[in-house]
Each structure stands twice: as C-alpha cells, then as structure tokens.
Design a protein around this ligand. Structure first.
Ligand code: PEP
Ligand code: MG
Length: 611
C-alpha cells in the first residue's frame, strides 16, 4: 500500500481505510502526484472511444453506404501513407520499426479481412458502416484474445487503433477527446499519455486517477503543471465503476474515494477548504524575495509544459522559466510544426514573460513522451532509444528548424537554449556547430537574433554525463540537472512504471553523489547550474539541494511558493552541514530520516540531527 502523508498538515482526521468497501464507498490507494483535493463526477475515459449507434439501411442505399465506407477506408489509407513517408525519413531502427507497423496498418486497410468483413456486414445485415466497423473489430479482437498468444494479444491494440481511425473518418470526428465532459469531471482511466493529459482543461476537469503511471512520469508532470489533483498507479481503480459516481481524489495522500459516504464527503470538503486557504496564505509570498535566513538569494524559476501556463507562472512570483519543455509543440498532431509556427508560439511566450529569462529545451520526445509528429515509436526500449538530442542529431532538419525558431524568438526577450539527454561532449559540440550554422544563415538573411546569441546549456540527466560533468562543463554555458531521468537511469527504475515506483528514490546515495559531482563541476568551470527535476519542487529536499551548492531551482509553478517559504526558513550554513552529514551516509532510509529531522526543526537546523 502506498499512502503518502499529507504535507499540507491537513490530516487531522484519519483517512478512510484503503482498499475497503463501506456501505457503498470504495477507497483505493495509489501514488499521489499533486497536492490538492478534487471532488467531482467520475468520467470513465477509454482511449479515443467514439460511441456509435446502429441504424438499418434501406436496400436501395446499401451500395451508397458501402461507398461511404470505402471512402473512409481510402482516407485512412492516405493518412497512414503520409505517416509512412515521415517514417521513411527517420534514421535507424526506430524508423524501420515504425515502417513495419505502418505497413501492417496499410495492409489492414486494403482488401483485408477487416475491410471485407465490414462490407459483408453492411450488405448482409443492412446496417450503417459505423456499426459494421465496430462489430467487425470486436469480432476480430475477441478471436485474437481467445488464442492466448502474446504476439496476437499485442496486435489487438493495433486493430482497435485502425477501427478508431475508420470511425473518426466515417463520423468526421477530429481527434479531440474530452470535449463533452460533465462539469467538475474527474477523469478515471486505465492509462493517460502526456499528450492526452495536455488536452485536459482545468476549467472543466477537477482531477485525474489512473491505473498505470509513476509519480515522476511525464503524465504526472503534465497533471502537476495543470494543477490537477491526481493519483496514478491505482490498482483495481476500474473495478466496480461505471461513470457518473461522485469521486474524491486526494492528490497528497494518494487516495481515491468512489461513492463517498456523507461523513467522508464532509471531511474532504473541509480538507479542500483548508488546502485552498493554505494556498492563499502562500500566495502572499509572491513579492517577497527567495532569500535564506543568512541573506543568500536563491533563484526560483518555473517549469512549463504548455504556453497557457504563462499567467500562472507570473502569478507565482517565479523569476523566469527555467525549463520550457517544448514537446507540446509536437503533441496531438500528425505533422511537424514549421519553423514559423514554432517561432510564433515561442515569441508569444517570451514576450508575455516581460523580460524574464525563458530557457527553452529542444524537443525531448521519446521515452514516455511519444510524439507521432516526430516519428517517435515505442521501440524495444523507449527510454534508451532514439530520443531527445539523439533524435535531433539524426534528424538535423527538425533540430535546425527548432533552433532557428528559438533564435528568432530570442530577439524578443532573454532566452537560453537547453539540450536534453546529453551523454557526450561530442553531442554538445555537434549541437553548437548546428546552432552556429543556423545563426549564420539567419544573420545572412537579415533576420533579427539576440546579440550576443542565447547561452547553450546541457541537461545533466544521464549518469555518464554527470560523471563527465567536468569535461561537458567546458563546452556548456550552463547546466540544468534533470533529477527525474538521473534517478531513473542511475537506479534502472522506469520512472513511469507504477510497479517499481516504490523503488524510485532520488535520495539514493548514488543519485546524490551525481548531483553533488555535477554541481561541483559547474562551480569549477564557473558556469551556472540549476536543478529542474521534480526534486527541485519538493520542499522536503530544498535544504539538501542548497547544501549541495545549488542556488537555482526550477519547478512546477504550483510549488514555487512552498519552496520559497522553505528557503526563507533555511540557514545556508546549516544546510551545508546537513549535506555534509548526508553525503557520508550509505543508506537512503537513514538519509530520509536525517532530512525529515532537519526539516522538522521549525527553523531548519542541522543542530537537530544527532551526529
Ligand atoms: C528530468 O529528467 O529531470 C527533467 C527535468 O526532464 P524530463 O522530466 O522532461 O525528462
Ligand atoms: Mg529528462
């Protein structure tokens, strides 16, 4: 059972027992990934489902219905061929794999059993094409599932995908899920991709709960950036739910309560009111500086997933955007955004930030952030595959277009460029060469670019990069330490897999050693270093990171006030002493205890720690 404590201090009454079922109340526990409480109506989300009604077709209209279906199938075939063209331009095995998959899709749409089966149903049963597609897909899927063959079971998802594409074409439904939600909807799903999550509108969606997903997955990060109370990794979440029930999501404690009893509902309404009150108190910190008790200024910046967050970033008092994850530019679309389109979006963000620095990270699609527009495939091992800067160097047309867009945006306000997943000095050097080439081309055309041009930084998120931090620092203008991936790769724990979430631990001595090593290498090379992984936004780790020499933290906007409050209670000498004590430890459980003891000291002090 994974029940997290409510660090808002709101847990005066015990939560209902997890896993139990009262008169009608179901309580499930999972991984709390955002603070906050949602109370709303359960909306059961099945990926891309389109509901279709069955209609009888008069005998005279059967041929027309078959022609309508043939047109939808031809359109689907064209869409797949366009995707194939894009895949053809991809280097290496990822392109090859996507090519095989798309070829299988294309064949499914031409004279296959699926196509023949749908036509036969329209003719024989005289039903509309949508119902015929639905029934044929169901029959094929049931047949595959009955064979209990792992390969065929994996193909079921492909067949359903083709079915959804056909239905979208038949009903002229663009791929735009979550458009008919009840007010205050709590989305309950088996799984949500980061791209699906990006489509949720916090004005209509109150919260999120899923069966799959880890606390540091990109779905969790996206939910956090939208400020949605969310619990992921909830086993048996979908058991006994139909949709429409009242549901509570406690994002701090990691609990989901379905059909709450009146007393539970009243308890959570009080908790929610207290939480909102605590946010109002923290909001008063907006204009006070992030300064330690002994007078050292710490730079607090925001991580941004979507441009819609700019007002919240400004409202939080963040001094800039320390990490703009540019993947949103490529999500939920099948084409690649042009340089002009990217420039317009980025310029808008830079202008709205009103002179505050915006650190734009080049695309980091891949891993759990699949962007079909970039031709990303799941691949045999997505986190280790052709992603981030590797993809950029393999597809230099994509990287050049994005660098050109960022450079052009830099003419409108302070911008830095951050490169994800740097593993070698060579990758950073190659990227700088490409940037210089793009810069030269823009200048030759008389296009405005910041002078001097933006700084070029490296994400330190691969253990090998952290261990070569001294060498990389010679070629980087700044470092940004990505503790999410650094933890994932150091401990060999998939950050998005709820099954191993209990083993994911940034307090492992090896992870801390790599953070310390990177921070010290940056200091030796006299370049700035920021921490932009989720660790930066957790007030529990603030003193430790300061003690390790970090003076710049970038985090989910909603965490800026609470981290600022922690900074203002911290003495840097005490924090340095804490870090020294911790770096001598070998056991992460002991490290966690030392940190908690330090933090519990009110005015945080290493004097609380018995040495
Ligand atoms: C990280 O890995 O810590 C990071 C900030 O990047 P992302 O979470 O986007 O992988
Ligand atoms: Mg990362």
């Amino acid at each position: 059972m994974t029940t997290r404590t409510d660090d808002d201090g709101l847990d005066s009454e015990p939560p209902p027992p997890a896993g139990g079922r009262g008169d009608c109340e179901i309580v499930r526990d999972g991984l709390g990934v955002t603070r906050g409480i949602a109370i709303g109506t359960l909306y059961l989300h099945c990926a891309g489902t389109i509901s279709v009604a069955e209609r009888r077709i008069p005998a005279g209209k059967v041929a027309a219905e078959c022609a309508r279906f043939a047109a939808a199938a031809a359109r689907a075939g064209n869409q797949v061929e366009q995707l194939q063209e894009k895949a053809g331009g991809m280097a290496g095995t990822a392109g090859e794999e996507l090519g095989y998959l798309l070829e299988a899709y294309r064949q499914m749409l031409h004279g296959s059993r699926l196509i023949r089966g749908v036509e036969n149903r329209i003719r024989a049963e005289r039903i509309n094409a949508e119902a015929a597609v639905q029934q044929e897909i169901n029959e094929i899927v049931h047949g595959f599932e009955a064979m209990e063959d792992a390969y065929l079971a994996a193909r079921v998802a492909d067949i359903r995908d083709i079915g959804r594409r056909l239905l979208r074409n038949l009903t002229n439904t663009p791929y735009r899920p979550f458009t008919a939600l009840p007010r205050n909807a709590v989305i309950v799903a088996d799984e949500m991709t980061p791209a699906d999550t990006a489509l949720l509108d916090p004005k209509t969606v109150a919260g999120l709960a899923t069966v799959l997903g880890g606390a540091e997955s990109h779905t969790a990060i996206m939910a956090r950036s939208l400020g949605l109370p969310s619990v992921l990794g909830v086993a048996e979440l979908l058991k006994d739910v139909v949709g429409g029930e009242t549901v509570i999501v406690d994002g701090a404690a990691g609990l989901v309560v379905i059909n709450p009893l009146p007393a539970t509902l009243a308890l959570y309404r009080r908790k929610r009111a207290e939480f909102l009150r605590s946010l109002r108190v923290l909001a008063r910190l907006k204009t006070v500086p992030a300064i330690t008790r002994d007078g050292t200024t710490i730079q607090l910046q925001a991580n941004m997933e979507l441009p819609a967050e700019v007002p919240a970033v400004l409202e939080s008092g963040a001094e800039g955007i320390g990490l703009l994850r540019s993947e949103f530019l490529y999500m939920n679309r099948e084409d690649v955004p042009s340089e002009d389109e990217q420039y317009r979006v980025l310029r808008d963000v830079v202008e709205r930030m009103g002179g505050r620095t915006v650190t734009v990270r080049t695309f980091d699609a891949g891993g759990d952030k699949l962007a079909p527009a970039l031709g990303c495939t799941i691949g045999p091992n997505p986190s280790l595959g052709l992603r981030a800067i590797r993809l950029g160097l393999a597809r230099q047309d994509l990287l050049e277009a994005q660098l050109a867009a960022i450079l052009r945006a830099s003419a409108h306000g302070p911008v830095r460029i951050l490169i994800p997943m740097i593993a070698t000095v060579g990758e950073l050097r190659a990227t700088r060469e490409i940037m210089n080439r793009v810069l030269k081309r823009l200048k030759a055309k008389g296009v405005a670019v910041a002078d001097p041009p933006p700084l070029l930084g490296a994400m330190i998120e691969i253990p090998g990069a952290a261990l070569s931090a001294d060498a990389i620092a010679w070629h980087a203008d700044f470092f940004s330490i990505g503790t999410n991936d650094l933890t994932q790769y150091t401990l060999a724990i998939d950050r998005s897999d709820e099954a191993v979430a209990h083993l994911y631990n940034p307090l492992h001595p090896a992870v801390l050693r790599l953070i310390q090593f990177s921070s010290e290498a940056a200091a030796r090379a006299r370049i700035p270093v920021c921490v932009c992984g989720e660790m930066a936004g957790d007030p529990r780790y603030t003193a430790l990171l300061l003690g390790l020499g970090i003076r710049d933290l970038s985090m989910a906007t909603s965490n800026v006030p609470v981290v600022k409050s922690r900074i203002r209670a911290t003495d840097l000498n005490e924090a340095t002493r804490l870090a020294r004590i911790i770096m001598d430890q070998s056991d992460s459980a002991r490290i966690a205890k030392l940190i908690d003891t330090f933090n519990e000291g009110g005015r945080q002090s290493a004097g609380n720690i018995p040495t």
